[in-house]
Design a protein around this ligand. Structure first.
Ligand code: NAD
Length: 256
């Protein structure tokens, strides 16, 4: 028996990275998975490989959300889980950040989560689960990613309020806060067909050895297991909480 037998779950940003691993794991655990992304080619290929449904969805577009949920309901009859995973990262000092750049990160990371909650929760009359992807930077600051950190702090606020407002509908809402995870977002070399992914992973591990107590970067499969926990009955008494998965990075600093 799978942990998600009989469940229908939408995963945004599912074409690669953490979303890909969430889609793979959820499907392996028995869920019908709706893979939503703007990267149509890899998204469709992955959906075909694992036996899911791919939908084109820009998470910042409200009409796209309605279409995606309608497609899920046509294919599987209902929706009872959502992982708001899609996100973008931009590097800039706050004083150098153009307003357009700030607003684009807000549109995807923050508005995308809001529209997911707003559109999907009313379509889950039997209850369900929502997992919002925040970040380590949703709980602390990080220079050079101020726009991103601001949106991830906002995702935690949204998560707590959604949990309060949706509890009586038996919808649990939690957030995951990954530290550095080896996906194209943190390791763009993964998108380079000429690069050796294992070599770039080792280089990332070396970079994080000094910063992260567990001495390495995280793997998207590890984040997927946390998303599975929060989407399954294993977390049946948990709502409104941020879950840090960062190898101990946020625990504090060492002085020796
Ligand atoms: P990634 O860049 O590999 O994957 C992000 C996915 O989101 C891509 O498939 C992309 O096409 C999709 N996406 C981007 N904009 C979209 C939009 N407007 N509509 C729909 N899909 C869109 O990155 P990842 O590391 O897998 O990131 C997944 C989530 O985890 C993000 O929310 C990210 O902020 C968060 N996160 C990542 C890390 C990390 O170190 N990788 C750390 C903390 C949090």
């Amino acid at each position: 028996m799978g942990k998600l037998d009989g469940r229908v779950v939408i995963v945004t940003g599912a074409a690669r990275g953490q979303g890909e691993q969430e889609a793979r794991l959820f499907r392996a655990e028995g869920a019908e998975v709706v893979l939503a992304d703007v990267l149509d080619e890899p998204g469709e290929a992955l959906a075909k490989e694992i036996g899911g449904l791919y939908v084109h969805l820009d998470v910042g577009e409200e009409s796209g959300w309605r279409d995606a949920v309608a497609a899920a309901e046509r294919a599987y009859g209902r929706v009872d889980g959502l992982v708001n995973n899609a996100g973008i990262l931009r590097f800039n000092a706050l004083v150098d950040t153009p307003l357009e750049e700030f607003m684009e990160v807000v549109r995807v990371n923050q508005v995308g989560c809001f529209l997911g909650v707003k559109t999907v929760a009313p379509r889950m009359p039997q209850g369900g689960t929502i997992v919002n992807t925040a970040s380590y930077t949703g709980l602390t600051g990080m220079a050079a990613v101020g726009t991103y950190a601001a949106t991830k702090h906002a995702v935690l606020g949204l998560t707590r309020v959604a949990a309060l407002e949706l509890a009586d509908r038996r919808i649990r809402v939690n957030a995951i806060c990954p530290g550095a995870i080896d996906t194209p977002m943190s390791n763009p070399a993964r998108l380079d067909p000429d690069a050796d992914p294992e070599e770039t992973a080792r280089a990332l591990d070396a970079l994080y050895r000094k910063l992260v107590p567990l001495g390495r970067v995280g793997r998207p499969e590890e984040v997927a297991r946390l998303a599975l926990f929060l989407t399954s009955e294993d977390s049946s008494y948990i709502t409104g909480q941020p879950f840090v998965i960062d190898g101990g990075w946020l625990a504090g600093v060492g002085v020796v």
